[in-house]
Ligand binder design. Structure first.
Ligand code: 5GP
Ligand code: MN
Length: 436
C-alpha cells in the first residue's frame, strides 16, 4: 500500500480516536491523554496508537489499562468514523519518546511560577495539549465574550479538535449572524464536562458565567481576558489589560498558532473589536487596533454586516424604550452625573427586553459636562447597573465597591435590593471614586 495513503489513514484514525477518547470514555482511570501518533500496519490488521499521559508512571499505567479495556469499543467507534474495508485492532502504547507529557508539566509549572502574563506562544503550547474544548461566555453576553470564544473555537475545530460553547443565556438576536452560534448551549455533554479544557473569555471571575456553569477544576481552565482586576481563576491566565477586547487577545493566539484567519473567524474578531470600542469611538481605539481591524477586513470580515447588526437593526420597541429612558433621565452633581432607570413596567409597555436597553447609556454619557453615566435596569432578581465614564472617574473601582467589575470607562454590577437603595449605593460608590 502506498505510504501516502497509509499516512492519511493514520491521521484519520488519530483524529477519530482523540475525539472518541475525549468525548465518549468515562472510565475514572483515564487521565489527561493525548494521542500523539498512529502507525497502521500495511495490511490494515493492526494499528499502534501512541498516547502521552500527564502525570506520574502510575497515572500513565491506569490510563493505558483504561484504553486497553475500551479498545473494542473504540474500534467500533473508528468503524463509524473512518471509512475502511477492515478496521484495525488497536494496540495502545505509551509515548514517552516525544516527552510531550514532561513538556506539558513544564509548561504548566513555568506558567504557574511566572507572576507575569504568559506569552502567546506559551498559551498556544498549553492549548495544543488538549483535544477538546468548551468556550465559556458570560451572562448577558456581548459581542466580545461570544465573538472571542467563537473565533478560537472555529480555528481549533478546523484543526480537527472537538469544540463546544457554554453560555447560560441565549445568543442575543443581534449576534446570531456569527458562525457557530447554533452550537451555543447551556447543556454540555458530560464527557466534555469531565475532560475538556474550559476556556473563559472576557470574564474577570468565574461567577460571571452564571449559576448553570458546571464545576470545573482549575487545572482545566484557561482564562483569556482584558479586564482590570481579573481574579486569575485558571491554570493559565492570558490577561492583557492593554487590549481593547478579548477578541484581540485571541487574535494574538491565532497568530502564534499560525491559524488561518477565515472570513468567519475575521467577522467574529472584528465584532469583538467593534463592540468594545463602540464602533471605533472609544479611547481604546489605538493605531494598532485600527491596523488589526484592517487585517481582519482584508481577511474577509463582514464590516457592514457587523455595523448593521450591532449599531442599527434596532427593534421599534427598543427605540420607544430609549425615548422613555431619555425623557426621564436625571442630571446631578452639577451636571457631572447623568442617570436613568428602566423597569418592568416600561419593558411591558413597549414589549421590550434587556437586549433593547444597550443604546441608552451612550446617550446619557454623551451629555455635555457629564463625567459618569448610570443606567439602572430593574429585573425580578435584582437591579443590573451599567456605568460609563468620560475618563476622569474609574467606574471599575466604583463597581468593585458593590461586587461588580469591568474597565476604567465601562463597568457594571448587580444590586440585590430595592431600586431606591441601588440608586443611593451607586451614587455613594461613585462619589467615593471622585464624583462630586
Ligand atoms: P455593561 O454595562 O455593558 O453590562 O458592562 C460593561 C462592562 O462591565 C463589561 O466589560 C462587563 O463585562 C463588565 N461588567 C458588567 N457587569 C458586571 C458584573 O456584574 N461584574 C463584573 N465583574 N463585571 C461586570
Ligand atoms: Mn470585553
Amino acid at each position: 500500500m502506498k505510504q501516502e495513503r497509509l499516512g492519511r489513514i493514520d491521521a484519520a484514525i488519530q483524529r477519530a480516536l482523540a475525539n472518541a477518547i475525549s468525548t465518549q470514555l468515562t472510565d475514572p482511570r483515564l487521565g489527561f491523554t493525548t494521542v500523539t501518533r498512529v502507525e497502521t500496519a500495511a495490511d490494515l490488521k493492526t494499528a499502534k496508537v501512541y498516547v502521552s499521559v500527564i502525570g506520574d508512571r502510575h497515572a500513565a499505567r491506569l490510563t493505558l489499562d483504561a484504553l486497553t479495556h475500551a479498545a473494542g469499543f473504540l474500534r467500533g467507534e473508528l468503524g463509524h468514523a473512518v471509512d475502511l474495508r477492515h478496521t484495525p485492532e488497536l494496540l495502545f502504547i505509551e509515548d514517552r519518546s516525544t516527552e510531550k507529557a514532561i513538556e506539558m508539566s513544564k509548561t504548566l509549572a513555568q506558567l504557574a511560577a511566572a507572576p507575569e502574563v504568559p506569552t502567546a506562544e506559551q498559551v498556544v503550547a498549553f492549548l495544543q495539549h488538549w483535544d477538546s474544548f468548551v468556550f465559556v461566555s458570560h451572562v448577558k453576553p456581548d459581542g466580545d465574550t461570544l465573538g472571542a470564544g467563537l473565533a478560537l473555537g472555529l480555528a481549533l475545530r478546523a484543526q480537527g479538535k472537538t469544540v463546544a460553547y457554554f453560555q447560560q443565556d441565549p445568543v442575543p438576536r443581534n449576534l446570531r449572524f456569527l458562525a457557530d452560534t447554533d452550537k451555543v448551549s447551556r447543556d454540555i455533554p458530560q464527557a466534555l464536562v469531565d475532560h475538556a479544557l474550559w476556556v473563559f473569555c472576557d470574564m474577570s471571575d468565574a461567577g460571571r458565567a452564571g449559576e448553570y456553569l458546571p464545576e470545573i477544576p482549575r487545572e482545566r481552565i484557561l482564562v483569556i481576558d482584558h479586564h482590570l482586576g481579573n481574579t486569575c481563576f485558571g491554570a493559565v491566565n492570558y490577561i492583557l489589560t492593554e487590549e481593547c477586547s478579548t477578541g484581540t487577545c485571541v487574535l494574538h493566539l491565532l497568530k502564534a498558532m499560525q491559524a488561518k484567519i477565515t472570513p468567519e473567524i475575521a467577522t467574529c474578531l472584528l465584532t469583538t473589536i467593534m463592540t468594545d470600542t463602540g464602533g471605533f469611538m472609544h479611547s481604546n481605539t489605538t493605531a494598532s487596533v485600527l491596523a488589526l481591524s484592517a487585517e481582519l477586513i482584508e481577511a474577509g470580515a463582514q464590516k457592514e454586516e457587523i455595523t448593521n447588526q450591532i449599531f442599527a437593526n434596532k427593534r421599534f420597541a427598543a427605540t420607544r424604550l430609549v425615548g422613555d429612558a431619555l425623557r426621564t433621565a436625571r442630571l446631578e452633581d452639577d451636571g457631572a452625573y447623568c442617570w436613568s432607570v428602566v423597569d418592568e413596567a416600561m419593558f411591558a409597555l413597549y414589549g421590550a427586553d434587556s437586549e433593547d436597553t444597550e443604546e441608552i447609556i451612550g446617550h446619557l454619557r454623551a451629555v455635555e459636562g457629564v463625567e459618569v453615566a448610570a443606567l439602572f435596569k430593574v429585573f425580578p432578581d435584582g437591579v443590573r447597573v451599567s456605568l460609563r465614564s468620560s475618563g476622569r472617574i474609574n467606574v471599575q473601582a466604583a463597581a468593585a465597591r458593590l461586587d461588580g467589575g469591568g474597565h476604567f470607562r465601562a463597568a457594571g454590577l448587580t444590586f440585590v435590593g430595592p431600586i431606591e437603595e441601588a440608586i443611593t449605593a451607586v451614587r455613594e460608590a461613585l462619589r467615593a471614586e471622585g464624583l462630586s
